[in-house]
Design a protein around this ligand. Structure first.
Ligand SMILES: *Cc1c(COP(=O)(O)O)cnc(C)c1O
Length: 423
């Protein structure tokens, strides 16, 4: 029996243990120390452009602190790409503010600049206030049209927080994502391009912002001989142990990105002969995705074995094998879900020992955000009923194994499994 093939498992370079041992040997086991400093310096060198980088305990913490530094508070609104993982928008609500969702454009699957401007104008008209920040997201590593987003954001003087948690090393016009806006979010969770087991970082365009982030991340302490607090802070720094893993991972970052890109080309080559299945790719030469996850669309007319029984059985656990407690589903279906053939293909792959996952369900269709406004572009994909762009792709999309532990033979096996599941 083959080992199970996962979407994106962490892969160690071999140097991680040495950096961790050093932390133990020198007794630096706290959320500061030589590994943290060195990891930040290496990240800073990697992203370049004169940016500062602050290492944090997660990408979610990075979004949270970026919002805080943009002055987001109760009653404010923040424009967030709807097609994303929940960590882009949840921190908006932590601060008592409300996310306002913006749909995607069909090419990049990321924030539609025209809709962004419509949303800004409409929010000003409706609330008399400008949104406090704009969060575009590099979904699966694909860059957003940051040139146009920055032009609009600058015209309205609204700060941009780039969520590049999935896009470490992706570039637009040759420049690394996360370095265009006021802040750039990175994640080093266990399944991202590189890992610190759990961790993240905030790229800051200037030193003053970096110092503020560092201050908030260490409980906002004042300079007194005793604890004196004049603002609410957080315990969000990265531990020196985790930063040791990060230092080891930095030695294989370029290799990882090259591997993801190679797998994507191989999928594209092997799936070229399969009608109805298409690999998503860079819309033009200005985009340079790291292809963190390879994604495909499945045409609705493609018949997959067993699709008449799709959604017939409750799923155990949550997507991504999330740790801890998962609520049991109250129904087998929801009012917005991938098509039956996509679910049947996911199950067929699962039964062959291959983890595949639907695209992230757009936030404007999540019950928890039912009260958030959303600016959507009506769109018909494959000539089916009109939906928003993000919803249309959610219904037909699937993420395929793409990580450093996936081999080229695995890709051949995955593509064969896909071909065999087609009726
Ligand atoms: C993973 C992720 C985050 C959050 O990162 P964590 O380190 O898991 O907290 C934020 N945004 C996006 C788009 C992500 O995929």
């Amino acid at each position: 029996m083959k080992n199970r093939i996962y979407l994106c498992l962490a892969h160690m370079s071999g140097r991680e243990q040495a950096f961790i041992r050093e932390a133990f040997d020198t007794n630096w086991v706290v959320p500061l120390g030589p590994n943290v400093n060195a990891f930040e310096q290496e990240l800073k060198r990697y992203v370049s452009g004169g940016c500062e980088v602050v290492a944090l305990s997660s990408g979610t913490a990075a979004v949270h602190l970026a919002l805080l530094c943009c002055g987001v508070g109760p009653g404010d609104e923040v424009l967030v790409q709807s097609f994303t993982f929940c960590a882009s928008s949840h921190p908006v609500t932590y601060l008592g503010a409300r996310p306002v969702f913006v749909d995607s454009e069909p090419d990049s699957w990321n924030m539609d600049p025209e809709l962004l401007e419509e949303a800004i104008k409409d929010r000003i008209a409706k609330t008399g206030k400008k949104p406090k920040a704009i969060i575009p997201v590099a979904l699966y590593g694909m860059p957003y049209q940051i040139n146009r987003i920055m032009e609009i954001a600058n015209r309205y003087e609204i700060p941009v927080i780039e969520d590049a948690a999935e896009g470490l090393g992706s570039r637009f016009d040759g420049r690394v994502l996360g370095t265009f806006g006021r802040f750039g979010v990175l994640s080093f969770n266990g399944n991202k391009m590189i890992t610190t087991s759990g961790g993240g970082a905030l790229i800051c365009r200037d030193k003053a912002d970096a110092e503020k982030v560092m201050w908030y991340a260490t409980q906002a302490r004042e300079a007194y001989p005793y604890y004196q607090h004049e603002a609410i802070g957080y315990n969000y720094r990265l531990s020196n142990i985790c930063a040791g893993i990060g230092r080891g991972q930095m030695t294989v970052l370029d290799e990882h990105i090259a591997h993801h890109r190679r797998l994507c080309s191989l999928y594209r080559e092997l799936l070229a002969s399969v009608p109805g299945i298409e690999v998503h790719g860079n819309p033009s030469s200005r985009y340079d995705s790291n292809y963190w996850l390879v994604t495909v669309t499945v045409a609705p007319e493609l018949r997959i074995k067993g699709q008449e029984n799709a959604y017939g059985k409750a799923v155990e656990g949550a997507v991504g094998g999330a740790a801890g407690v998962v609520h049991a589903a109250s129904s087998l279906r929801t009012d917005c879900q991938p098509n039956d053939n996509v679910e049947a293909l996911r199950v067929a792959l699962d039964e062959a020992g291959i983890e595949a996952r639907p695209l992230w369900k757009p936030m404007h269709r999540q019950p928890v955000y039912r009260d958030s406004p959303a600016y959507l572009r009506p769109f018909s994909l494959f000539g089916t009923d009109e939906a928003s762009v993000s919803e249309a792709f959610f219904k037909v999309g699937l993420c395929l194994p793409s990580g450093p532990c996936v081999t080229e033979d695995d890709v051949r096996y995955i593509v064969d499994t896909i071909k065999n599941s087609i009726l």
